[in-house]
Write a protein that binds this ligand. Structure first.
Ligand code: NAD
Ligand code: UDP
Length: 327
């Protein structure tokens, strides 16, 4: 039985990874400090013998007894609202947290896969984004704390590979969505669906001509799974290249939810990338992977999930109180 440490398990992607690795018959050691995550996302796994949970901040020394085969490092605030509110924790988890896990991987001789992001390309001047593109990031802009933490994370990971021979994998994740996203995390899909369900107008930032390309969670998990089991140690984009403007996307949500909300326009946040679409040629060639779930199907499943939430959860517009995490 393979032993896998997964960090960020109470969050969106981490919780789906736990489901997948448990289903594959692995022993999953799950870790999270709950800064943006919620135990509800993994409580269905608590009774399983091959699942254990540690409430731990990975920026502090990480100690795991016994052997480890794989480490999947997914702990990090991931939405612009989160990393604007907890900028230092975001920098620390990408740098100190990653350092701890790379050290652990080295000692355990475990393979480590780290979650990087399309944000390493910043507001990209090359379109679609290939893995060879270096990016266009404003280090001191509002997104700098996330983007630079992730860029540092990639450098540190490659340094551990080169200098210590650690077996590494790097996934550059493009906008991924699905059940278990936090309704109030500010990302565009929960934001629009939450607004539609509450009968509010949909807030499009800027003129809505900026683009994104949305990947359904099941496709993302499959891509990550294949990358982990490949022998390729350089970054690989995993995302869905089906690109749409945010304005057209807002109109799709209005159709999907059958509501007659209006679109209202608000200022575009500083350094909000104007275009984003992954080149997935590498993933296709190396992993024989491409997304299978189109936006209509994925959004229907996501909408059904949010619709199943209680009235109380839907009204939860206030952002989480992070004060207990800030020292
Ligand atoms: P999320 O906020 O839902 O989950 C992140 C989890 O990490 C949370 O449960 C949080 O409590 C935990 N965490 C944060 N700091 C921690 C710390 N110091 N110690 C222990 N746990 C900590 O976010 P997500 O969307 O699931 O993103 C997961 C990973 O994927 C992140 O690394 C993110 O950068 C990356 N990613 C996600 C997307 C996306 O579209 N969802 C896109 C690009 C990259
Ligand atoms: N956005 C929007 N209205 C919202 C939330 C987001 O128009 O209520 C836009 C945001 O400006 C960005 C896109 O939707 O251009 C995707 O934003 P998100 O925060 O989901 O992720 P990003 O890709 O920017 O990290």
């Amino acid at each position: 039985m393979k032993k896998v440490l997964i960090t960020g398990v109470a969050g969106f992607i981490g919780s789906h990874l736990c489901d997948r690795f448990v289903k594959e018959g692995c022993h999953v050691i799950a870790m999270d400090n709950l800064i943006t995550g919620n135990l509800k996302n993994i409580e269905h796994l608590f009774m399983l013998k091959n699942f254990e949970f540690y409430h731990h901040d990975i920026t502090k020394f990480v100690n795991i007894p016994g052997e480890l085969d794989y480490i999947l490092h997914f702990a990090s605030p991931a939405s612009p609202i989160d990393y604007l509110r907890i900028p230092i924790q975001t920098l620390k988890v990408g740098s100190l947290g990653t350092h701890n896990l790379l050290g652990l991987a080295r000692v355990k001789k475990a393979r480590i896969l780290i979650a990087s992001t399309s944000e390493v390309y910043g507001d990209p001047l090359v379109h679609p984004q290939t893995e060879e593109y270096y990016g266009n990031v404003n280090t001191i802009g509002p997104r700098g704390v996330y983007d630079e933490a992730k860029r540092f994370q990639e450098s540190l990971t490659m340094a551990y590979h080169t200098f210590h021979g650690v077996d590494v994998r790097i996934v550059r994740i493009f906008n991924t969505y699905g059940p278990r996203m936090r309704l109030n995390d500010g990302r565009v899909i929960p934001a629009f669906i939450g607004q539609a369900l509450r009968g509010e107008d949909l807030t499009v930032f800027g003129d809505g001509s900026q683009t994104r390309s949305f990947c359904y969670i099941d496709d993302q998990v499959e891509g990550i799974f294949r990358l982990l089991h490949s022998d390729y140690c350089l970054p690989v984009n995993i995302g869905n290249p089906d690109e749409i403007t945010i304005k057209d996307f807002a109109e799709e949500i209005i159709k999907l939810t059958g509501t007659n909300q209006k679109i209202i326009y608000q200022p575009l946040p500083l350094n909000d990338p104007l275009q984003r679409r992954p080149s997935i040629d590498k993933a296709k060639a190396l992993l024989d992977w491409e997304p299978k779930v189109d936006r209509a199907e994925g959004m229907q499943k996501t909408y059904d999930y949010f619709r199943s939430l209680s009235e109380e959860e839907l009204m939860l517009e206030e952002h989480k109180d992070f004060s207990e995490f800030i020292h």
